[in-house]
Write a new protein. Sequence first.
Length: 329
Amino acid sequence: MSFFAILFALLIEQARPLSRSDPIHAGPRAWALSVGRNFDIGTGANAWVAWSIAVLVPSIVAFGMHFALLHWIGWPAALLWNVAVLYFTLGFRQFSYHFTGIRDALEEGDAERARMRLAEWKQVEAGELPRSEIVRHVIEYCVIAAHRHVFGVLAWFSVLAALGLGPTGAVLYRMAEFVARYWSPRSRAVSAHAASVSLQQASAKAWTVVDWLPARLTAMSFAVVGSFEEAIDGWRFHAQRFPNDNDGVILAATAGAINVRLGGEALRAKSDLEPHQGWEANPEIGDSDSTPGREPEVAHLRSVVGLVWRSVVVWMLLLALLTFARLLG
């Protein structure tokens, strides 16, 4: 069932992508805001209670629906539920619109338009970036977005679905990522009700744990479909150049897989909570040392697209083999 649920969800998402203004995106924001207001009192224990409610309750609801549909109606209804959940949690089109616009602008030689699209996408100051740095940042943001919107969801969904928990893993991963971002001290979303330091730290620590295995599976996938030895060497020797351990593994493996230099001083993002401080390091990437590799070029953007899609094919082939082996066994 997992293979077919993922396949149908990806096909539907390509044909009818969700709009960023879709009401479904307002649900997690309202839920996280409500949980923060009612359970965040600034202590460590309550921070973990708030995180558990925000992340685990939607996950349990997703499993409950799966269990009820599977046992009361049948597997076709459960399959449709899995497809629906994956449609809202999984997909390229949630970030590929910006990537494609920037790539097209660079290929047409319009670096200024590319800077504007990058600034719009990530809410960063990109006015002084040279062309190679635009490419580097786009690669880094695209790879991390592909991991969080596709491969991380696939990993948790596949593991927990194999244990009979249906789409629980997809909801768990997306909610853990969302609340860590929503309760971040730099998030504009919490300006109306700033999360306590304890809640910010708890959500960040939980997200690191949740993302540990998917990040390494993504890095391994990139190594398999790219330059294997260089990707593994990058993972082993250069992941520590990035401040975030999980993102560092992915970016270092990507740099080796397509032989491109990544890392360096990050773009500087405007603080929405404290605008008087001006521009500060973007929390998604952070400052880092550069990895070995060629200077980023526009051709590397197509290499990244190929790397991501080949990785998706490998994931789908593996799931298909496991599915058919289970059916035959």
